[in-house]
Design a protein around this ligand. Structure first.
Ligand code: ZN
Length: 160
C-alpha cells in the first residue's frame, strides 16, 4: 500500500554528505520504523516517502532547512565530562550524547579539559545537505494506540 498518513513504515537508509561520505546507515542493523505524517523523521525525508510503496528504492537530497536545520553560532557549551554519554575517553571531534531539558541530544566534542569539555550543541548534521538512499521494507496501517501516541510500537519503535 502506498505510504500515507497514519501508516507505519520500516525502511533501511544510508546518509551521504556533500562529499559523498556515508555518515550514517541502518544497514547491518534493524530497519528504522516511524509513523508517517507525525514528524517523527526529518521533514525532507517524510515528504520524499509519501506515496512510495514496499520494495521501492530511491535517493533523495535534502537541504538543511528540511533536515537538521542551519548551524547556529555560539552553540558551544561547557559541560562536566561525566555528563557525556557514549564513550569512556573523549577527544575533540567525537560525538557524545547529553541529557537536556529536551531529552537526549547529540553534540560534537570541541575541546576536552580536566573535568569539563566544550561541546558544540549543533546537531552533528546541522547545516549539511544530505543525500539519503532509501529502501522501503514494509508498510502497514498503524493501530489506534500508535496513532494516539504519535509513534510506532513494537519492532523498531517504542516499547512501553
Ligand atoms: Zn506509545
Amino acid at each position: 500500500m502506498p505510504i500515507e498518513k497514519n501508516q507505519v513504515v520500516l525502511f533501511h537508509y544510508s546518509v551521504r554528505d556533500e562529499q559523498g561520505e556515508i555518515v550514517e546507515s541502518s544497514h547491518g542493523g534493524e530497519p528504522n520504523a516511524y509513523l508517517h505524517g507525525h514528524g517523527g523523521i526529518i521533514r525532507g525525508l517524510e515528504e520524499a516517502l509519501e506515496g512510495r510503496d514496499e520494495g521501492d528504492s530511491f535517493s533523495v537530497t535534502v537541504s538543511p532547512d528540511k533536515a537538521y536545520g542551519p548551524r547556529r553560532e555560539g552553540a558551544i557549551q561547557r559541560v562536566p565530562i561525566k555528563h557525556l554519554m557514549g564513550a569512556k575517553r573523549w577527544k575533540a571531534g567525537m560525538v557524545a550524547q547529553v541529557q537536556t531539558d529536551q531529552g537526549r541530544r547529540h553534540v560534537v566534542v570541541a575541546k576536552v579539559g580536566h573535568k569539563f569539555a566544550d561541546v558544540d550543541t549543533n546537531h552533528p548534521m546541522a547545516g549539511k545537505t544530505l543525500t539519503f538512499d532509501i529502501e522501503v521494507i514494509q508498510v502497514r496501517p498503524a493501530d489506534a494506540s500508535e496513532i494516539a501516541h504519535g509513534h510506532v510500537h513494537g519492532p523498531g519503535g517504542t516499547h512501553h
